[in-house]
Design a protein around this ligand. Structure first.
Ligand code: TYM
Length: 332
């Protein structure tokens, strides 16, 4: 039997997981579990680029693991682990820092955005972060990196770094491809349809652990559009709020925009918003309930992440050894 191709991705436990993370990333991971050899991790080292409350950070990371499983990632079929539990990430990260150019890192839009938001803490980690992300990916010789649109630039840089290294030392890293979903690749905030949904704007952000009444409230308050037309039509330019909700609905139900337009023909926003909320509530209900149940069993979660780190380490160490040999470091 041919070996399965490798899929790898991670999410920072920088806040509670939200619908953007689910539609941009996790949903696709779950759907392709059987097709690939899968590595999914909590990108906790990346989260240190912003100051964290230690206890809250630890809880979020563990809850993230519980949510991965509750969303349908079976730990028997997916290697689930903490980035910080596999030291090869930090080790290769340093080596790749030395093969990544200042100019390249300066061009990263996420760095520019985050520097604006954290003007009092523009630390070196925030700047070199994409080289660590490249290490995360290249250690596992990943074929595909399933992420939302906002991570495309980082995967492109990873490809450049891999090609540069391979060019100097011969074939060392597989050059990966970003795997970006057709629907759900960029979900916008419900209260700010011009910005991507993110935990930093909680009013318009649906968290996977939100209770049904909270979800309904957020949808009812969702910003619709200033145009005089009050019906449901997909038009991101003139109707960004409605189009974003249609995108969410389409990603969750598989219905096309035309089907959604037909379904809501003649109805106004007053009917549309609660209908969207309902679909989101019913999608998230079993996930929330399952995550709450799993969170009570810390022993189980520990066994999952320990086994995950063990398996991940074997593969990561093999790549690290190859890199050490090639650059002239002595592998232990
Ligand atoms: P992060 O933690 O910001 O986001 C995790 C995943 O969720 C997707 N995403 C979204 N998709 C659609 N709409 C949104 N509003 C939205 N918000 C977030 C992101 O595209 C991402 O797929 N650097 C990465 C984490 C990382 C990583 C890696 C990913 C570290 N190492 C290696 C892949 C491979 C990040 O900060 O994602």
């Amino acid at each position: 039997m041919a070996e399965k191709k490798i899929m790898l991705s991670g999410i920072q436990p920088s806040g509670n997981l939200h619908l953007g993370n689910y539609l941009g990333a996790i949903k696709g991971w779950v759907e392709r579990t059987d097709e690939y050899d899968n590595f999914y991790f909590m990108a906790d080292l990346h989260t240190l680029t912003v100051r964290q409350d230690p206890e809250d950070f630890r809880r979020r990371a563990l809850e993230q693991l519980a949510l991965y499983i509750a969303c349908g990632l079976d730990p028997e079929k997916n290697t689930l682990f903490y980035q910080s539990h596999v030291p090869a990430h930090a080790q290769l990260g340093w080596v790749l820092d030395c093969y990544t150019m200042f100019g390249e890192l300066s061009r990263m839009t996420q760095f520019k955005d985050k520097s604006k938001k954290n003007a009092d803490n523009i630390n070196a980690g925030l700047f070199t972060y994409p080289a660590l992300m490249a290490a995360d990916i290249l250690l596992y010789q990943a074929h595909y990196v399933p992420v939302g649109e906002d991570q495309r630039q980082h995967v492109e840089l990873t490809r450049d770094i891999a090609n540069r290294f391979n060019g100097v030392y011969g074939q060392t890293f597989r050059v990966p491809e970003a795997y970006i979903p057709k629907e759900g690749a960029r979900i916008y905030g419900l209260s700010t349809p011009e910005d991507k949904m993110s935990k930093s704007i909680p009013d318009g952000c649906i968290f996977l652990m939100d209770e049904p009444d909270v979800i309904l409230k957020k949808f009812k308050k969702a910003v619709t559009d200033a145009d005089t037309e009050k019906w449901i039509r997909f038009d991101p330019q003139n109707k960004p709020g409605v189009s974003n909700m249609m995108n969410i609905l389409s990603a969750l139900t598989g219905k096309s925009f035309e089907q959604i337009e037909q379904e809501f023909e003649g109805m106004g926003y007053g009917k549309f918003k609660p209908a969207c909320a309902e679909v989101v509530i019913e999608t998230l209900r079993p996930i929330r309930e399952e995550a709450t149940r799993i969170m009570k069993d810390e022993e189980y979660l520990r066994s999952v992440y320990r086994k995950g780190a063990e398996r991940a380490s074997v593969i990561a160490e093999a790549t690290l050894k190859d890199v050490y040999d090639k650059v002239g470091l002595t592998y232990k």
